[in-house]
Design a protein around this ligand. Structure first.
Ligand SMILES: CC(=O)SCCNC(=O)CCNC(=O)[C@H](O)C(C)(C)COP(=O)(O)OP(=O)(O)OC[C@H]1O[C@@H](n2cnc3c(N)ncnc32)[C@H](O)[C@@H]1OP(=O)(O)O
Ligand SMILES: O=CC(=O)O
Ligand SMILES: [Mg+2]
Length: 530
């Protein structure tokens, strides 16, 4: 999170501004709401402010290091293992023991922090619910703060929701999933509360220091805070031991964030025209670089005594077509079977309807054991090399690939701009990570004028072609969603943002950084209880 906090004053000097009771130096420019004020209490703001004051410079430095690494890759460098930390990779050490309460994580459901979905997810039968403030959320002030209110009610066990249209009341079951929370990354600053806002091993050290300070401030035992780190950038795969080492007292494993990982492959190699990706649909876990990433992650986690979590299959239930639904479920099961046989200890589900089949696959293969940490060491993966992890994915590039990227990118962005961070599109789950792949792939193909040779057309991608594709795909979207929804929605704005990002000479770091400016709403200065 990024809070803009300047200087510290004693509790006596705290003041009430615009409804929120603010410590000196803290300013909130998001709308006031009585419910939000119960979250943004003076004590809570002081807690965050103190963390921010202590760590902001470390975080800034970490972000500078990311920029330096980007410049190195743009000059032709490749990410790889760091010789200076060989002793960490080769050393014999383990992380703190897995807490019994979260030993069994065979199926974790993820989802945005909407009230009804939180209740559904906690009741879903999954072992864990990962409440997502990142890829599945459009981070408007309203969404963020409502999400915090909802989570507090969930933790208190009082959360309920009345669906008036269906006259249905949602409440928690007696048995619920364990609640995990994913905050958004340090690269996405918050614009409503003022906080300014390396190597990944070093970033992990900052997180570890944040956890330790937070534990001390909250008066809870060291190691009470536990984190699963998603390995979802290409450079991070070379630093998995280092990340676990830094977090060894606070870790409960690593997760294959496969969609952002693919996005990161393109981003890392944005200046390497010899490493262009085939169509997005062809970059799956069977590609050598993806399989190597998953295998090495399992070996690394199990060597250090923590969970190796799998990733998200994109398929979701298809209600109106039993044949297509069956095929989608088979794909999910196949993906999960690969994960459990490879040694993963659990995995993610995007939808409650996927939990029974995924649970069955993991249970059939793991039996009563909560995990495979001690039984699937994957020593064979110790031979995985930098070349394995960087191998260029195989496949073809097609006109349909370009069209689909465009259609999906624009529709996702249109949803995001209106407050929805994960959507079903063409029977797949789309969120910020999957949309990023569509965007950067279009950018890459345009930048290097690739030939779309996979469907026999043999045309080169250029601005003219892309302009026509955007035009035609907008017409198709209008037909698919209907004139009324198209007119009321944010499709035109989404088209503008997406087109600019695909055609810009220098790749934007994130789709949502630019789009964020369109959803920030600052209350007028000095206003109260708007
Ligand atoms: C790359 C990554 O980072 S993955 C992690 C981030 N992404 C996610 O978490 C995506 C989570 N999934 C979702 O948001 C949704 O499943 C979508 C958008 C893909 C599909 O949503 P919908 O089209 O609404 O699904 P559908 O209509 O089939 O939902 C049926 C019911 O299941 C609920 N549901 C669907 N997905 C979820 C979920 N992930 N968590 C909780 N409840 C859910 C719906 O709320 C609905 O409940 P209801 O019957 O009580 O009204
Ligand atoms: O966050 C998960 C991903 O796949 O990206
Ligand atoms: Mg991600």
């Amino acid at each position: 999170m990024g809070l803009g906090i300047n200087g510290y004053t004693s509790p006596a000097a705290r003041k009430i501004t615009g409804g929120y009771d603010l410590p000196e130096g803290v300013d909130i420019q998001g709308r006031y709401d009585d419910e939000f004020a119960k979250i943004l209490t003076k004590d809570a703001l002081l807690f965050v402010a103190e963390l921010q004051r202590e760590f902001r410079n470390h975080i800034k430095y970490a972000m500078e290091c990311r920029k330096e690494a980007k410049m190195r890759y743009n000059r032709g460098g490749l990410p790889g293992f760091d010789p200076a930390t060989r002793y960490v990779r080769e050393g014999e050490w383990t992380c703190a023991a897995v807490p019994p309460a979260v030993a069994d994580r065979r199926v974790e459901i993820t989802g945005p922090v909407e009230r009804k979905m939180i209740i559904n997810a906690l009741n879903s039968g999954a072992k864990v619910f990962m409440a997502d403030f990142e890829d599945a959320l459009s981070p408007s002030w309203e969404n963020l703060m409502r999400g915090q209110v909802n989570l507090k009610d969930a933790v208190d066990g009082t959360i309920s929701f009345h669906d008036q249209a269906r006259n249905r009341v949602y409440k928690l079951n007696d048995q619920t999933a364990k609640l995990f929370v994913r905050p958004r990354g340090w690269h996405l600053p918050e614009a409503h509360i003022f906080i300014d806002a390396l190597s990944f091993g070093r970033e992990a050290r900052i997180w570890n220091n944040v956890f330790e300070k937070a534990e001390r401030m909250a008066g809870i035992e060291r190691g009470s805070i536990r984190a699963t780190v998603l390995i979802e950038t290409l450079p991070a795969v070379f630093q998995m031991d280092e990340i676990l080492y830094e977090l060894r007292d606070h870790s409960v494993g690593l997760n294959c964030g496969r969609w952002d990982y693919i996005f990161s492959y393109v981003k890392t190699f944005q200046a390497h025209p010899d490493r262009l990706l085939p169509d997005r649909v062809q970059v799956g876990m069977s590609q050598h670089f993806m399989r190597s990433y998953s295998d090495l992650l399992i070996r690394t986690c199990h060597r250090h005594g923590v969970h190796a979590m799998g990733g998200m299959a994109a398929q979701i239930p298809i209600r109106d077509d039993p044949g297509a639904n069956e095929a989608a479920m088979e794909l999910v099961k196949k993906d999960k079977l690969r994960e459990v046989r490879a040694g993963h200890d659990g995995t993610w589900s995007a939808h409650p309807g996927l939990i029974p089949p995924i649970m069955e696959v993991f249970t059939n293969n793991m039996g009563n054991s909560p995990h495979q940490i001690h039984t699937m060491k994957r020593e064979d993966a110790s031979t995985i090399t930098e070349e394995d992890l960087l191998q260029i994915p195989r496949g073809v590039r097609t006109m349909e690939g370009l069209r689909l990227n465009t259609r999906v990118g624009i529709q996702y962005l249109a949803a995001w701009l209106t407050g929805t961070g994960s959507v079903p599109l063409y029977n797949l789950m789309e969120d910020a990570a999957t949309a990023e792949i569509s965007r950067v792939q279009n950018w890459q193909w345009l930048k290097y004028g690739v030939e779309l040779d996979g469907d026999g057309f043999g045309v080169k991608v250029n601005l003219d072609l892309f302009g026509r594709v955007v035009e035609e795909e907008m017409a198709r979207i209008e037909k698919e969603v209907g004139k009324e929804k198209f007119k009321k929605g944010m499709y035109k704005e989404a088209r503008k943002i997406f087109t600019r990002q695909c055609t810009t000479p220098t790749l934007d770091d994130f789709l949502t950084l630019d789009a964020y400016n369109h959803i920030v709403i600052h209350r007028p200065k000095g206003s109260s209880r708007l």
